[in-house]
Design a binder for this molecule. Structure first.
Ligand SMILES: [Zn+2]
Length: 82
């Protein structure tokens, strides 16, 4: 039972069973450029040292997380700020 709309920008996952029936041929995650483990980056908004999330198939967010702003950033976002 897979109910999944495939659209790069606006994917929706309606059925959490999807996680147990994962088909690697289906691309349903934004393809962010992922920093190397151990990379450091300061938040572009508040300069806080950000956390680098793990690049896992079940994680749909962006690589960087600012615990202070409670906001995610991708490498692309950070490049835009520069
Ligand atoms: Zn911040």
């Amino acid at each position: 039972m897979i109910k999944l709309f495939l659209c790069k920008e606006n994917y929706l996952i309606l059925d959490m069973d999807k996680f147990t029936t994962y088909d690697p041929a289906i691309k349903f995650r934004d393809d962010y450029r992922w920093p190397e483990a151990g990379s450091k980056q300061n938040c572009p908004k508040c300069e806080t040292d950000m956390q680098l999330n793990k690049n896992e198939e079940t994680y749909f967010g962006k690589p960087w997380w600012c615990p202070k702003c409670k906001w995610q950033f991708s490498e692309e976002d950070l490049a835009d700020q520069a």
